[in-house]
Design a protein around this ligand. Structure first.
Ligand SMILES: NC(=O)C1=CN([C@@H]2O[C@H](COP(=O)(O)OP(=O)(O)OC[C@H]3O[C@@H](n4cnc5c(N)ncnc54)[C@H](O)[C@@H]3O)[C@@H](O)[C@H]2O)[C@@H](O)CC1
Ligand SMILES: [K+]
Length: 507
C-alpha cells in the first residue's frame, strides 16, 4: 500500500473532488461515516462517546461523527475547542448540521471548562489533523494534556492531534496518546517510525473513496508491505521440481558459545524452502549442528572456536548468508573478506558481519551489488553513525543504499527495507514477542533461503520480512508474546507460507 505525504494526500483530496466529482462536504461525510461505522462495529450503543473537535476539517469530521453516532442510537456529545470563532467551511457546515439534528457542540474556551466524562466513555480525538503547522501551545496543549490524563480508550481521527505526519516530533512537543488511530485511506509516515508511532496506538486504515487513478498514477518512495504486495511475486512450488530447483544456500555462522545462532538461521533457511543448505561453521559446532539439523550439510573450518579463511570453495551457491554468531576474531575478519571476494552474487550480511564491516570499511568494496544488510538500529549506527531523528536516518539509509548498491533492512517494529533506487518498504506484520534472542538469526536464515530460490534481492527482502513477521504473529497467538522463542517463529513459518499460498495449498 502506498504511503503518501500530507501534500500528496491534499492533492488526492482535490483530485477526487474535481474528477469523481464529489463535494468536499460529501467527502467529509464519507470519512466520518467510515469512522462511525468502525466505532459501531466495536463499541455497543451503551458506551457514551465524547468527541473533542478543533476548528479545521479534522474537527469537522468529529462533529459529523457525533451526528452519525447519535443517529445510530449512541449518546454522543461534541466539544468544540476554540479561542476564536473561525471554523473551516466544512467544519461550520457540520456544526450547523449537528445543531439542526438536536444539540450542537459545547464550547471549550479555557482548560477549566474541560468536562467530567461519564464513566466508561469512549473519547474521540478530532482536535487537529494533518493541518498541524506548529507544536501545540496554549488551550490546545492544555486540552491534550487533560485527554492524556484520562484512563479511557482514545480514538484519534486520521492522526493523533499534535503529531506531524511527515516530520519528526518537535522537541518538548506533545501529542494525544491514542489507543487507536483511524487513518484515512493511507498510513502516515509517522505511524511507521519509532519516535512517533507509539502515540498512534493501533492504526487502522479506513478507505474513504479517494480517486483510484490518482493513487495508481502518483509515485511515492514509501510503501507498506502487505499480503497483496507479496502475492504479486510469491512463487508456488512446481510439481515437477527437485531440490536443485530451489537452490543451494551457504550459511557462514557460529562460534564457540554462539552455535545456537547458526542453528537457528540454518533451520529457518531450510524451513523457508531452500533446496540444499551447507553450513560453514567452526569445528566446535559440528556435532550439535549435525545432531539437531540432519537436513543440513556441514563444512567445518580447521579452527575449533571461530571461522577462519579456508580453501577455495568453487561450489556455485545460489545464496550466501554470513554473520549470525560469528564474533569478530581477526581470523574471522579475513574469513569474511574471503567469502565476500568469492561470492560473485548478492549475499545476506547480518550481526557480526555488519559489526566487522563497520570496523573495516575497506571491506565495502567486496560487498556484491544487490546484497542485503540487516542491521538493527545499533548496528546501523555503528555502520553509518548516529542520527538526529528517524527522518534523518531514512535519508542516511537512502544515501548508503545508493552509494553501495545494496538493500538495507533496518530491523524494528516496522522493519524498513531501503533499495538502491531510494524506495522504502515498511513491514506491517510482526509483534513485540519477536523482540527475543535469535529472532534476527531466523530472519537471516529466511532471507538466505529465499535468495537461494532465485527471488530477486528486493522480493527476498519483502517476502522475508513479511513472512518472518507473520510467523511471529502465529507464534504469539499460540504461545503469547512473552513465551514465544525464536525457534517458535521457525515452527510457525509453515502457517505463514500456507496463508500466503492461499486456500488451495491447504488441502
Ligand atoms: N484528505 C482527506 O483524505 C480528508 C481529510 N479530512 C480531514 O481533514 C483534516 C485536515 O484538515 P485541515 O487541513 O483543515 O487541518 P486540521 O483540521 O488539522 O486543522 C487546521 C487548523 O488548525 C490550525 N492549527 C495548526 N496547527 C495548530 C496548532 N498547533 N494549534 C492550534 N491550531 C493549529 C491551522 O491553522 C488550521 O486553522 C484531515 O486530518 C482529516 O481529518 C476529511 O475531512 C476528508 C477527507
Ligand atoms: K486528530
Amino acid at each position: 500500500m502506498k504511503v503518501f505525504t500530507t501534500p500528496l494526500i491534499r492533492d488526492a483530496d482535490a483530485y477526487t473532488i474535481r474528477h469523481l466529482p464529489i463535494s468536499s462536504t460529501d467527502l467529509m461525510e464519507k470519512a466520518a461515516t467510515a469512522c462511525a461505522h468502525w466505532i459501531c462495529s466495536r463499541f455497543p450503543a451503551t458506551v457514551p462517546v465524547c468527541v473533542f473537535c478543533g476548528t479545521g476539517n479534522n474537527g469537522g469530521d468529529g462533529l459529523a461523527v457525533t451526528r452519525l453516532l447519535r443517529a445510530r442510537g449512541y449518546t454522543a456529545q461534541a466539544w468544540l475547542v476554540t479561542s476564536a470563532d473561525r471554523l473551516s467551511p466544512d467544519c461550520a457546515i457540520n456544526r450547523e448540521r449537528l445543531e439542526q439534528a438536536g444539540e450542537g457542540p459545547v464550547m471549550i474556551r479555557s482548560a477549566t471548562e474541560f468536562p467530567l466524562l461519564p464513566a466508561g466513555a469512549l473519547v474521540v480525538d478530532a482536535l487537529l489533523g494533518t493541518g498541524l503547522t506548529r507544536p501545540l501551545s496554549g488551550l490546545m496543549r492544555d486540552i491534550v494534556l487533560r485527554i492524556n490524563d484520562l484512563h479511557n480508550p482514545v480514538i484519534s481521527v486520521d492522526i493523533p492531534s499534535g503529531m506531524y505526519a511527515d516530520q519528526p516530533p518537535a522537541k518538548d512537543g506533545i501529542t494525544v496518546r491514542a489507543t487507536h488511530t483511524l487513518s484515512f485511506m493511507f498510513y502516515k509516515l509517522a505511524f511507521l517510525l519509532p519516535a512517533s508511532a507509539p502515540a498512534a496506538g493501533k492504526v487502522t486504515v479506513l478507505p474513504i473513496g479517494l480517486h483510484p487513478d490518482y493513487i495508481a498514477e502518483t509515485p511515492t518512495p514509501y510503501q507498506t508491505i502487505d499480503a497483496r504486495l507479496i502475492r504479486r511475486f510469491y512463487k508456488k512450488r512446481a510439481a515437477f521440481s527437485h531440490k536443485g530447483t530451489y537452490g543451494h544456500a551457504l550459511l557462514a555462522a557460529g562460534s564457540f558459545g554462539k552455535m545456537g545462532a547458526a542453528l537457528l538461521s540454518a533451520r529457518a533457511c531450510l524451513c523457508s524452502g531452500a533446496g540444499l543448505l551447507s553450513c560453514r561453521i567452526p569445528r566446535c559446532g559440528y556435532i550439535p549442528l549435525q545432531t539437531a539439523l540432519p537436513e543440513a550439510m556441514c563444512l567445518c573450518d580447521e579452527e575449533e572456536t571461530h571461522l577462519v579463511p579456508g580453501e577455495r570453495d568453487d561450489t556455485p551457491y545460489q545464496s550466501i548468508g554470513i554473520g549470525p554468531g560469528i564474533g569478530q576474531h581477526p581470523d574471522t575478519v579475513r574469513a569474511l573478506e574471503q567469502l565476500l571476494q568469492g561470492a560473485g552474487s548478492p549475499v545476506v550480511l547480518d550481526a557480526d558481519a555488519l559489526n566487522i564491516l563497520a570496523r573495516h570499511p575497506e571491506l565495502w568494496k567486496h560487498v556484491p551489488a544487490g546484497s542485503l544488510l540487516t542491521p538493527h538500529p545499533k548496528e546501523f549506527e555503528r555502520l553509518f553513525g548516529p542520527d538526529a531523528d528517524d527522518f534523518a536516518r531514512l535519508e542516511k539509509m537512502r544515501k548508503a543504499c545508493a552509494e553501495h548498491s545494496v538493500y538495507i533492512i533496518l530491523k524494528g517494529h516496522h522493519s524498513c527495507t531501503c533499495t538502491p533506487e531510494g524506495n522504502f518498504f515498511f513491514n506491517t506484520s510482526g509483534n513485540a514477542g519477536m523482540a527475543t534472542a535469535g529472532s534476527g538469526d531466523t530472519l537471516t536464515g529466511i532471507l538466505t533461503g529465499l535468495l537461494a530460490q532465485r527471488y530477486t534481492p528486493l522480493e527476498t527482502a519483502l517476502l522475508g520480512t513479511y513472512i518472518h513477521g507473520r510467523a511471529g504473529d502465529h507464534a504469539a497467538a499460540a504461545l503469547s508474546p512473552e513465551s514465544m522463542l525464536a525457534s517458535d517463529i521457525i515452527d510457525h513459518l509453515g502457517a505463514a507460507f500456507l496463508e500466503i499460498a492461499g486456500t488451495d495449498m491447504q488441502h
